[in-house]
Ligand binder design. Sequence first.
Ligand code: TXE
Length: 483
Amino acid sequence: MPQGLWFDPELCLIGGSWCAPVGGRTLALINPSDGSVLCNIARGEAADIDAAVGAAQNALQGDWGRMSALERGRILTRMGQLVLERVDDLALLEAQDVGKPLTQARADAVALARYLEFYGGAADKVHGQTIPYLEGYTVYTLREPHGVTGHIVPWNYPMQIIGRSVGAALAMGNAAVLKPAEEACLTALAFAHIAQDAGLPDGALNVVPGIGAEAGAALTAHPGVQHVSFTGSVATGALVQQAAGRNVVPVTLELGGKSPQLVFDDADLDAALPFLVNAGIQNAGQTCSASSRILVQRDVYDNIRHRMSEAYGALTVGPALSDLRVGPVISQRQKDIIQGFLGKGADLEVAAQGVLGDEAVNTGAYVLPTLFAGVPADHPLARDEIFGPVQVIIPFDTEEDAIRIANSTDYGLVASIWTGNGARQMRLAKAIRSGQVFINNYGAGGGVELPFGGVGKSGHGREKGFEALYGFSQLKTVAAYHG
Ligand code: TXE
C-alpha cells in the first residue's frame, strides 16, 4: 500500500457513494520509482460510467442544480482550504504514484488549492450582458452550465489538471464525471474524498477509474454527456473529438506541444539559463508545456551550449521520495518511448546528460536527462513531442529564421522570447503561433489566472482563468418584447 493512503483505492465514487465497479475488476497501480505494485484501483467500465452520468443528471435535478453561484463558490473555496490542510498528504501520494519528486508534487497540491480558491471566488462573477436592441425589446444573455461534463485526465499532472477542469466546471454549475488515468489516480480519489468533506452535494462529482479504451471511451461517447474536456495525446484526442462529435457536444482538447524558447544575443543570459533548463526537465519532461526546443542566436550559441551542459551535469535523477531534481518517468512503456527517440538521435551531438543519484534502483523507470546540441530544425527530435527529459539546442541567425523555426512544428502551446529589444518582443509575440507567449520568462509561474491552450495539434479551447468558465458554460440570449 502507498505510504499515507487514507481511503480505499479500489472504489469508484458514484452519486455520493463509494462502490466497487460493476464488473468487480481491478488494475494494479505501479510505483515508477521502483516498479513495485502500490495498490489496486477500480477498473471501471461502460456500466459504471452510465451510472455516474445518471448520478450527475440527478445532481443537476436536485440540490446541486438548485444551488446559487455564491454557495457553489463557497463549497469550492472550502475544498481549496481542505486541500491546503492536506498538501503534504496529497504530495506523498502523488510522488509515489506519478514518480514526481516530492517538492514538485507539493507544488501541484498547492496549485490544486489555488485553482479551487480562484474558481470558488469566480463562481458568482460570471455575468451576462444587456444588449441595446429595437424599440420595445429588452435583451439580455445568461451564462448557463452545459449539464454533465466528462473529464479525461492524464497521469502527468493529475492534481493541476483536475483543478483547472473540474474546478471550473463545478464553479459554473455543471455536474462532473472524472476518469483519471490508469497509471496515476490516487490524488483524483483523494480529491473526491476532500470534495465530500467540504460538503459538495452527492453526484456533483463522480469518479470512475479505469483504462482509456473502456471507461474513457464510454465516457466520451455517452449521450448523456454535454461537454468533454480531455488532456492527453494527439491520437487519443482525435478519438475523443470523434466520439463527442457523434453526440454533437463541444470538446476542449489540450494535447501537448514542442514549445520553443528563443534566445537572442541581446538577452539577459543569466536570467534565462534556469528557465531554459528547468522548463525541459521539470516532471522529467512529461509536461504538456515543456520547453523541448531551445533556439539560440549564433553569437551566443557556444555560451548557452556550455552553460546548459554544465547545468545538465548537476541534474541528479532518483526515486520520487528522495526528492532529487528529476524522478523516474511514469512507466516502463513511457521509458521505452523516450529511449526510442534517443535512438533516433544517434546521429546528433549529445552535449550533456544528468547523473543517476545513489539511490536510483534498476527496477525504476529512469531516463537520464539528455541535451542535444546543433540539432537541425527538421530533425525528428526537433519536431516530435518526446515527453521525457530531452532538450535540443537549435542555432539560428536572424529574427526571421527564429520565427520560421519556432513555427515549423505541428504544435503551438507555449513559446518564450528572451531579448532586451522591446520592438522585437512585440513583433515576435505576434508572429509566433502559440496559445501562450512569454517574454523574458517561461510560464510566468503557471498562474491559474492565465488562459491556457493550444493552436494546431496542441488542441483547442482554453482552460484556466475566466476563459475556462466561458468554456464550461453556454450563452442563452433572452429577447423580451414588451412594446
Ligand atoms: O496518452 P493518452 P498516454 C502524450 C505524450 C505521451 C503520449 C502517450 O506524448 O508520450 O501522449 O501517453 C485516456 N477514449 N501525452 O498513452 O492515451 C487515458 O485513460 C477516451 C501528453 O498516457 O492520450 C488517460 O486518462 N479516453 C499529455 C488519458 O486518455 C482515453 C499528457 C491520456 O491517455 C482513450 C499525457 C479513449 N479511446 C500524454 N484512450 C499532455 N498534453 O500533457 C486513452 N484514454
